[in-house]
Design a protein around this ligand. Structure first.
Ligand code: ADP
Ligand code: MG
Ligand code: MG
Length: 886
């Protein structure tokens, strides 16, 4: 049997189906599926991705075997649609559309109206009684075919229509008469000939084959290759080509075209959501040429079509059990579906849709958990406008992507890039008429995006939603003068650099800065989290140094603190002086005296944190950074310190110089501090145990875990543990109260991982400090990677920044070895399970969470706002399926 290269669809049947995305591309597979389940789809056929691969193997030639199959399918389309390709009185026209297994920007744009020529355009004019429509279609074909298939410049065609409008003294394209358009066709053909050095092909079959070639060529176009590289898409065979009978939304007022989502992609609400335009074709709705109407209006304008569309909406959701993004066209009152795919949505919408679909019995709980990309939860954790703030909107646009943002106005993407390069901490608000793919770098840097034109499907809206970035579009009350660097909104003037606030949830636009507040976890979000918790094996803790952070993390479901850093506790106004006194002390006694001043502060901090954590374990890391971080390095600061401590400036200066290090990352820090200055460790242990006693006395349970950082040798731990136990015992004896506590260590040096068996003889728990472990394993200083990391990523020397996602290959091995050796030794020596977790920033990265699950950690710890993300990622890891946002 010969291979099938071409798959027919239409008329209620199809050769392929929705599962064949690899072979038919996403668009082709879904057109087949829709046709199969009885949804009206104009007939057509899909040339497979394998043909694309063969095209390249044969030196850019369509394989012989495919040609008769194309002819055969074209005949079937003619029979189904009742028109003939190339007919001069009532021609079948087709669209030629690219489509790979994954949606891929940079591939060829669709060519519409293919098959028209000088003879059939007359036929079409007569048949429809609408010569204007016929010639408009023809001139569009020459433009689209010329620019997308033959490399002409679209601008050259644009120039012609512009000139003609000028000559005819009209404003809009639609003001041009049939005769004008006839003239335009002539001029377009001249442009075509000038560029291609050949006449516009009159043979429809030749047009078709050239267009198919062009789609295949676009697979290896610069932009498509670049996109696949950035998104690390490999293993695809190529693009499919869809050839489909044309239907016309531009045949008058009983025709139209639209795009819609089966649910609101912003909020997830179960309402039909989209835009349409009467008397328009193809991309007109998204191109922003005319402002489209909301889909709800179609109900009164075309009640029958609307009803049919609502039925299809329901049928598609029932069938796919997923929210769909659809394209449709109405030709003279008849509805046709042109595309369906699962719809992109915000994190908020993803959660609501997943939870509601469970309630609607479309999917089960585990499917819901698997469907939401953990990182997309960021969207629900976006700041909102402070409800207590006085908010005075000056205008309202279309709410395109939720969340609130305040930022300084920049009027171009380039300006945003320049501004952030100079002032990396400034919040930026990108303000534009509209955005285009060239703007994405600047858009990415902006806190929010505001445009004066465009609808919910505009470029700005779609891109912002994808990133979970607040966005308001179509703010028509805004006028921008980019040259002058000024804007006016409803008559109020502002300029570049001024603050502007948008609320992407409501569409409100405010001049000036409005405070924002952190979100909370309730409703569908909370529900999804409880479902996730049923599946996950990992516990989720948080990194928190203050009672407020600890409380926030508990709200988000943290089951303890995996890392409480103590150094921040020394920076407060009231403490830093005592800390400096301690560092500048010349004797053990003087040091102890200064430390005694710090003790009550530390103790009070720990009491607050233990209470907020309410019985959950709290891992407290003893002082980690080098001491010079607490001293000022500038002359003025040093004078102030000298004055406040009654020392000479020279003395302070001398100590600063003494403490200077060439490589602080590998310097006098971590456990090396209490090894040399045991009083420092003693004070911290005393504060921890006394705080635990105090909280226990209040009738609450506490579980402190004392964590000793940067251990590389068992001898360090043995020494410090012994000392800590003595201090703890003294405290308990004095108070007459016993508290439970553990002593463990961070594994953040390769040597610690390699000698984990020895270290586990003393340590009751391990916490992998993967920030330092990554630095030490690669020999990269995290603060100094700017110069080479971008190139390393570009050249694929590294697949991802190892500080963002664990380097499974290298650092991962050390972690694995550490866990294996540590657990085995703890079991053998003490018959105990060694508790293992991670406290680097990786603990909140979904891919790293999957790794932690696989190597059998007990918990991950991450910042409070990433706790829900880690909970979901841990559940997906346990379910063996991780959803990524693309
Ligand atoms: P994209 O992948 O960029 O969405 P499409 O192939 O979906 O490109 O097509 C671009 C536009 O042309 C869409 O609005 C689509 O609905 C319209 N279109 C494509 N094929 C046809 C057709 N056979 N009849 C009418 N409109 C079509
Ligand atoms: Mg499309
Ligand atoms: Mg560290």
């Amino acid at each position: 049997m010969s291979t099938k290269h071409v798959y027919f669809f239409g008329g209620g049947t199809a050769d392929g189906d929705g599962k064949m995305k690899e072979l038919l591309g996403g668009k082709g597979a879904n057109l087949a599926e829709m046709s199969k389940i009885g949804i009206p789809v104009p007939p057509g056929f899909t040339i497979t991705t394998e043909v694309c691969a063969a095209y390249y193997e044969q030196g850019k030639k369509i394989p012989e075997a495919a040609i008769p199959q194309i002819d055969e399918c074209l005949k079937k389309v003619e029979a189904t649609f009742g028109k003939k390709f190339g007919d001069t009185s009532d021609p079948l026209l087709v669209s030629v559309r690219s489509g790979a297994a994954l949606s891929m920007p940079g591939m060829m744009n669709t060519i519409l109206n293919l098959g028209l020529n000088d003879a059939s355009v007359e036929g079409l004019a007569k048949k429809t009684g609408n010569p204007r429509f016929a010639y408009d279609s023809y001139r569009r074909l020459i433009d689209m075919f010329g620019s997308t298939a033959m490399g002409c410049e679209h601008e050259a065609f644009e120039h012609e229509i512009h000139t003609l409008k000028h000559e005819k003294k009209v404003q809009l394209d639609t003001d041009l008469s049939a005769d004008d358009l006839k003239e335009l066709v002539k001029r377009y053909k001249a442009v075509y000939k000038k560029h291609v050095k050949d006449d516009f092909p009159q043979d429809p079959k030749k047009q078709l084959m050239l267009a198919i070639n062009a789609v295949f060529n676009s697979w290896n176009g610069k932009k498509a290759i670049e996109y696949r590289r950035i998104e690390r898409i490999t293993g695809l065979k190529g693009t499919a080509v869809n050839v489909q009978a044309m239907v016309f939304g531009n045949m008058g007022n009983s025709s139209g075209t639209g795009v819609a989502f089966t649910r609101d992609p912003n909020t997830g609400e179960n309402v039909f959501y989209g835009d349409y335009l009467i008397n328009a074709q193809g991309e007109d709705v998204v191109a922003g040429i005319r402002t489209p109407e909301p889909i709800a209006k179609l109900e009164s304008e075309m009640p029958k079509v609307y009803k049919q569309l609502m039925d299809i909406r329901e049928k598609l959701e029932r069938h796919y059990k997923e929210m769909q993004d659809i394209e449709f066209t109405v030709q003279d009152g008849t509805l046709y579906m042109l595309q369906t795919r699962s719809g992109k949505r915000t994190g908020t919408a993803a959660v609501r849709i997943a939870v509601e679909m469970v309630k609607e019995k479309l999917i089960d709980e585990t499917t819901a958990v698997k469907r939401v990309a953990p990182d997309s939860l960021n969207h629900l954790l976006l700041p909102q406008l402070d409800p207590k703030a006085k908010v005075k909107p000056v205008a309202q646009g279309i709410a395109a992507s939720p969340g609130a943002a305040s930022g300084m106005i920049v009027l171009s993407a380039e300006a945003a890039v320049e501004h952030v390069a100079k002032h990396p901490n400034d919040p930026i608000m990108l303000v534009r008429k509209e955005t285009s793919p060239e703007d994405v770098a600047g858009m990415h840097l902006a806190k929010g995006i505001l445009t004066s034109t465009g609808g919910k499907a505009s470029h700005a809206a779609v891109v912002a939603r994808g990133w979970g970035k607040p966005c308001v579009v179509g703010c028509e009350a805004m006028k921008i003068d980019e040259a002058k660097g000024t804007i006016t909104i409803a008559g109020i003037a502002a300029k570049a650099g001024d603050f502007l606030t948008i609320n992407g949830t409501t569409g409100d636009v405010m001049i000036g800065k409005v405070p924002t507040v952190a979100p909370t976890m309730t409703g569908d979000f909370a529900t999804l989290m409880t479902w996730a918790d049923k599946s996950r094996k990992l516990k989720i803790r948080t990194n928190a140094d203050t009672p407020a952070d600890a409380a926030k993390a508990r709200e988000f479901g943290a089951e303890g603190i995996g890392l409480c850093r103590t150094e921040h506790m020394f920076f407060g106004e009231d403490r830093i002086t005592a800390m400096r006194e301690m560092i500048l002390a010349e004797s053990v006694e003087a040091r102890a005296k200064a430390l005694a001043k710090l003790l009550p502060f530390q103790k009070a901090d720990f009491v607050g944190i233990f209470e907020a954590m309410d019985g959950f374990p709290v891992t407290i890391r003893l002082l980690d950074p080098p001491l010079h971080e607490f001293l000022p390095h500038d002359g003025k600061g040093q004078e102030e310190v000298a004055a406040s401590l009654g020392l000479s400036v020279a003395k302070v200066k001398e100590r600063v110089e003494e403490l200077h290090e060439f490589n602080p990352m590998m310097g006098f820090r971590g456990c090396r501090l209490p090894v040399v200055f045991p009083e420092i460790g003693d004070m911290q242990v005393q504060a921890i145990i006394e705080a635990a006693i105090e909280v226990k006395k209040k009738g609450k349970s506490v579980l402190p875990e004392i964590m000793i950082p940067l251990v590389g040798m068992i001898e360090e731990l043995t020494l410090l543990k012994k000392r800590a136990i003595t201090v703890a015992r003294d405290c308990m004896k004095k108070a007459g109260v016993e508290v439970e506590y553990q002593i463990g260590t961070m594994i953040e040096l390769p040597r610690a991982a390699l000698t984990a068996d020895q270290i586990a003889e003393e340590a009751e728990f391990f916490s992998f400090g993967t920030n330092d472990l990554t630095q030490m394993t690669f020999g990269f200083s995290r603060d100094d990677i700017k110069g080479f990391m971008p190139t390393y990523l570009k050249e694929k020397i590294l697949p991802v920044d190892p500080f963002q996602s664990i380097d499974v290959n290298g650092v991962g091995q050390l972690i694995d070895i550490g866990i294996q050796k540590g657990r085995a030794s703890r079991k053998a020596k003490h018959n105990q399970h060694l508790k293992v977790g991670i406290c680097g920033e990786h603990g909140g990265d979904p891919d790293s969470v999957v790794f932690c699950h696989k190597v059998g950690m007990d918990y991950v710890s991450c910042s409070p706002f990433r706790v829900p993300i880690a909970r979901l990622a841990a559940a997906q890891a346990a379910l063996g399926e991780t959803k990524r946002d693309k």
